[in-house]
Design a protein around this ligand. Sequence first.
Ligand code: NAD
Length: 500
Amino acid sequence: MTTTNPAPAEFASLSPRTGAELARYPVHDGEQVRAAVRDAGEAAAWWDGLGFAGRRTRLGAWKKVLVAQLDRVARVVADETGKPFDDARLEVVLAIDHLDWASSHAEKVLKRRSVSPGMLMGNQAASVGYRPLGVVGVIGPWNYPIFTPMGSIVYALAAGNTVVFKPSELTPGVGHELARTLAEAVPEVGRYPLLTVLTGFGPTGAELCRAPGIGKIAFTGSAATGRRVMSACAENLVPVLMECGGKDPLIVDGDADLDAAADAAVWGGMSNAGQTCVGVERVYVVESVAGRFLEKVRETASRLQVGGAAHEGDLGPMTMPAQTDVVRRHVVDALERGGRAVVGGAESVPAEGGGISPVVLTDVPEDSVAVTEETFGPLVVINRVPDADEAVRRANATGYGLGATVFSAKRGAELAQQLRCGMVSINGVISFAGIPALPFGGVGESGFGRIHGAEGLREFARTQSIARQRFALPIAVTSFRRTARGMSTLLGLVRTRHGR
Ligand code: NAD
């Protein structure tokens, strides 16, 4: 009797604007995931052997292909997420800049460096090196499907690792674009898979966490999924990097430039339809300027157009239709509990998914879900505070701690340092994400570990310390041949050096 293998399960990537099917992708199973990690492990030895210069040349070639095909790649991002085309282009631009930084700084940051051996071990030459982990698994979200995973992918590659990438099930085509452009730039990729894309849902991601040979998992997504990823990784003690959600505050001090602050609050809160991990979700404005600030926000936000199937608009539709229910729950709860609508209201959130018009609420109780939970939609809550110190206290009162913004003429740096979060922009919004040298990541429910910058390169390397004996000391204390006289000389030295 002959049996036929069942066709591999597939899934469709859909346009959030039209609902049309864009393409179909396989759902990779455990066996395929393990094979991909195995192959990536073999490629990692070749990639490591190329050294910093060989990798830099090849990553530079990838950068050029991405620049040449920027619009083609951005089109896939816009099609799969529903975001306006120029927003998608901006995302690709930022990713290209990070690719450039990571590949051109890897050697400086990761090459072996000498450190002082100290007084007691003066006969040693001491050095610290940063060796690749082998295969890095990257699990990505859909909201910035190029910019966010590239924050891990390019830093991991530049550090000498190969990557197996599981994009979100909502943006599998974007993952394929990354692998396709890299293969076009680096001919050896045919033999040595540097970036393998595996498509599917949560279980495919979970298989990646458990695959033998995986050196680290870089996860970006919600904290709830992050916990599942951590528990899968715990089985084999696989280290994890967690880039999770946020509830980022923006503080407007009494001496702030109100036009700039209002523009930042609206862009930070509404761009990408509010589906930004470091988007502005809460604003704390000092009472003395609150009226004028609210009016400026109202003016700007009420002009924004929501796009649909036929036109682009300033905001696209929600990429994940189910998120609409979360936004509605937050808006309705805030209004029922005494919040006031400045722009829009419950009617801005359509019953059947699609685009949500901007909603700005004020005087919302601090314990309502619109203030305590990530909304991930075009809703901004603006609450008044007596002064900027109270704003800091409230900003720090959630379990999240990803990014923050401060608008203040005089106290920007001082307030920024008091915020419990990973990144702060002063008198600008989300600026830190576009500066490749600045590490990116959060604390608490927002996760741990850092992408971007020197820390982002070291995140994908194992630190290796080497102590090399240059000559034997006349007094050997780490030997069974140790003498009482040797010990007393050592103790004398320590008392002279540290006891006074
Ligand atoms: P999500 O948590 O639903 O999914 C993220 C990824 O995890 C997807 O690829 C998904 O398939 C995969 N996954 C699901 N279950 C899994 C499992 N059990 N094991 C392994 N992988 C699994 O998140 P999302 O809805 O795609 O993204 C939105 C969230 O991401 C928001 O909370 C947002 O704030 C956050 N985010 C954070 C950052 C950051 O840098 N901190 C950046 C972008 C988005």
